[in-house]
Design a protein around this ligand. Structure first.
Ligand SMILES: [Zn+2]
Length: 401
């Protein structure tokens, strides 16, 4: 694990500058959006729009969908060892989510990035650098209310082909109602465009990773992990997604770890996604929060880009990695037109007081519910103020707090 967090103050000042320039460009409201319809943030007035056609306006009723997406479920062995065991001797991960469960449950669609594979105990549980997590970790996600699980991460091949196959098999057999993205047990599964429909609005969801930590794709299962660098396939997926859904969301696993602004690779792909009609980007992987931007070109529509949500939970040991965020979006159909009517970032904190041993205190909190008292008890002796300052600097006006 690299650690260049010491560069943070310098990095932050650069980001603040970049953010300030960005906000000037994009202004406080973003009024373009899907299919040339308006997009507004929660603070701005709702802009009116013409229906696409009279027929569409009559046939499709107004509808609203709230989406929440959270960052990395990064299950270090120290974290796994902090969990209690259930009656069957399996680690019980429910405690992690007790403070945020209500928010997850109330969302119409809740998404989480499962950074580590769920290869199950039969492959041997492991942490950094080659992770493998138990199936009970997946059960806790389902009970918490997550609907969509992202699997394309740089750790997807940590246990080779069998790790992927076990993960896919777990979701397919134990929780077939969950939409798993990014990991596949067949070419047919990889070719399928996953669509989640809520309240009559269809969301196509695509998930890719920049790489797999140098572990080559198994030759006999070339479809195992969705790779961002297979550009032809990515573009073909987006085209098919647009044909069959109202909204296309891409979840890229990308970026430079421990940085607070997008790198050239993220910029390049953001432009490609925009040029090909993607509506929303929600990224992860960096273990640090990165900005939410209303990306636009040439005065065109605006596309919310959450560059990276950071960790949702982890056993990492740098205070900055304890801060993550929930992406919150509202998508509406009004008079037959699809609009993104709000986009914001809600900061969250991983709290733990004991390292690598049973720790009933290990939970993820919304930063607004977190206290200085809890922060002082954190194993890393944090302050709530430092977490707040970082969240404000990175998210600016899009911070929901
Ligand atoms: Zn990652």
């Amino acid at each position: 694990m690299k650690n260049n967090l010491k560069k943070l103050p310098k990095l932050l000042s650069v980001i603040i500058l970049v953010a300030a320039v960005g906000l000037t460009i994009f202004g406080s409201s973003f009024k373009a959006g899907i299919k040339n319809s308006p997009v507004n943030n929660s603070q701005s007035d709702s802009a009116s729009t013409e229906p696409a056609s009279a027929t569409e306006a009559v046939e499709l009723p107004d509808a609203k969908v709230n989406i929440i997406a959270v960052g990395d479920d990064l299950l270090h062995l120290s974290l796994i060892e902090s969990m209690a065991k259930d009656a069957d001797g399996h680690y019980d991960f429910h405690q992690i989510f007790s403070e945020v469960k209500e928010d997850i449950k109330q969302a119409d669609i809740a998404v989480i990035n499962q950074e580590t594979i769920l290869g199950g105990e039969e492959l041997g549980l492991s942490g950094y650098p080659c992770f493998n997590s138990p199936w009970s970790a997946g059960d806790a996600l389902v009970d918490t209310g997550f609907d969509v699980v992202l699997g394309a991460s740089n750790h997807a091949l940590d246990k080779g082909k069998q790790g992927v196959l076990n993960t896919v098999n777990f979701w397919k057999t134990k929780h077939p109602e969950i939409t798993l993205l990014g990991l596949n047990d067949s070419e047919e599964m990889q070719d399928k465009i996953n669509i989640v429909e809520k309240n009559g609005i269809k969301f196509a969801m695509l998930n890719y990773t920049y790489g797999t930590n140098g572990i080559p794709m198994p030759k006999d299962t070339p479809y195992a992990v969705n790779m961002l660098d297979d550009k032809e396939k990515v573009l073909s997926d987006i085209k098919r997604a647009k044909e069959s859904a109202d909204v296309v969301i891409v979840f890229p696993h990308w970026g430079a770890e421990y940085t607070y602004s997008p790198n050239a690779y993220q910029d390049e792909w953001t432009e490609i996604f925009y040029d090909n009609g993607v509506d929303i980007i929600i990224g992860g992987h960096t273990h640090s929060i990165q900005p939410l931007e209303m990306y636009s070109k040439d005065g065109g529509r605006k596309m919310p880009v959450f560059y990276s949500l950071g960790n949702f939970v982890s056993g990492q040991k740098e205070w900055q990695t304890m801060l993550g965020s929930m992406a919150k979006l509202t998508v509406e159909r009004k008079n037959g037109q699809i609009e993104i009517t709000s986009a914001s970032a809600v900061p969250v904190v991983t709290h733990y007081e004991i390292y690598w041993n049973r720790d009933p205190s290990l939970k993820t909190y919304k930063l607004c519910d977190y206290t200085e008292e809890l922060a002082s008890k954190h194993y890393l002796h944090m302050s709530k103020k430092q977490l707040e300052d970082l969240a404000k600097e990175v998210y600016g006006e899009y911070l929901e707090y």
